[in-house]
Each structure stands twice: as C-alpha cells, then as structure tokens.
Design a protein. Structure first.
Length: 147
C-alpha cells in the first residue's frame, strides 16, 4: 500500500502532519529544544536506528524545521539547529507534554514539571482563550471561512 502524501491537503493539520506527523520527528524536535544538536546526541537520546534518524533529519531539514550549520567546535561535523519555523512547534510540544502528564502516566514515572527559568515556578497549563480572555473548549469554537 502506498503512503498518501498530505503536502497538498486542504487542512493545515494534515499538511503539518506531513512534516512532523511521525513520533521520531517530534522527538527529534523536542530534543533540539532541549539542546541536542548533533547526530550522535539524537542517536544516544532516542535509541533510534541510524537509518531512521538520517531519514527523519533530512525530512525535517527539507521542511525547513531544522537547518544544518558547521559544528560549533570547528570540527568537520555538522549540527542541526531549529529554524524560526520550528519555534512555532514549541507550544504544540508543550500541549502534548501537558496532555500526556494528565492522561498517559505510568506507575513509577519520575514526575517532572516545566518551570519558568526566571521565577523557578511551574508554568500554567496551556489553554485556548477568546479575545476577551475566556477559556474555550471544543464546544465553544467553530471553523469558518475567512472572507
């Protein structure tokens, strides 16, 4: 069965999944947000096969989510860095983390929380808010065409 490509899909969620819709890609982006930059660092952190990592890194570069730069230590290696486009995925990863912490925990998991670096206090849960500040749920929104 041939995989359907979603780059031309009408839905922006579907188009986004074309770029980052497999778990390895999102985990690579997560690791990049936490400072990983080299192939070997991603390999050690994720425990993924080399060929899969190579394919996912190439795809993330092709979609403009990561870019390669010369290694910061002057060696012949290259490093992968997040682009401005990638920085928009940060809220997606935080939302996924918060959802997982609330719904997908295992017994014995070490509890971790994201904190504000400046105040050292836990961050607030993400919430969708209306223009007047009300918190919105799925029943409060609808998709409409822009005129």
């Amino acid at each position: 069965m041939n995989r359907k490509h979603l780059t031309q899909a009408e839905c922006p969620v579907a188009r986004s999944l074309e770029a980052v819709g497999d778990w390895w890609s999102l985990l690579i982006v997560r690791d990049a947000f936490f400072g990983k930059r080299r192939f070997g660092e991603f390999l050690s952190s994720l425990g993924v096969a080399r060929n899969i990592l190579t394919t996912r890194l190439k795809k993330l570069v092709a979609h403009g989510i990561l870019e390669t730069i010369p290694a910061s230590d002057g060696s012949a290696y290259k490093e992968y860095v997040l682009t401005e486009k990638a920085k928009g995925l940060y809220l997606v990863l935080i939302a996924l983390r918060q959802w997982g912490q609330g719904c997908m925990t295992n017994d014995g998991d070490q509890e971790m929380t994201l904190v504000d670096r400046r105040t050292r206090t836990p961050i607030q849960p993400l919430a969708l808010r209306s223009a007047d500040g009300r918190e919105l749920g799925p029943e409060d929104v609808e998709l409409v065409a822009v005129q």
